[in-house]
Design a protein around this ligand. Structure first.
Ligand code: CU
Length: 70
């Protein structure tokens, strides 16, 4: 049984496509994450996957140098 879920986060601090790439790279490595879509204009990130944790996503974004605010 697979239950893929989608979660949207607000990410602050991203200013260009390089930031987007860094965030996407780090969050892609989180356990359970299958896909990461980052929208720079709205500062939103949508994570798709199975059983990933908010804490891990937060840490990965922090690792890239940005912050999840929601
Ligand atoms: Cu940048």
């Amino acid at each position: 049984m697979t239950t893929m879920s989608h979660r949207t986060y607000a990410v602050t601090g991203m200013t260009c496509s390089h930031c987007v790439l860094s965030v996407r790279e780090e969050v892609s490595e989180v356990a359970g994450v299958a896909d990461v879509v980052v929208d720079l204009a709205s500062a939103r990130m949508t994570v798709t996957g199975e059983g990933f944790s908010d804490d891990d996503v937060r840490s990965a974004v922090a690792e890239a140098g940005y912050e999840v605010t929601l």
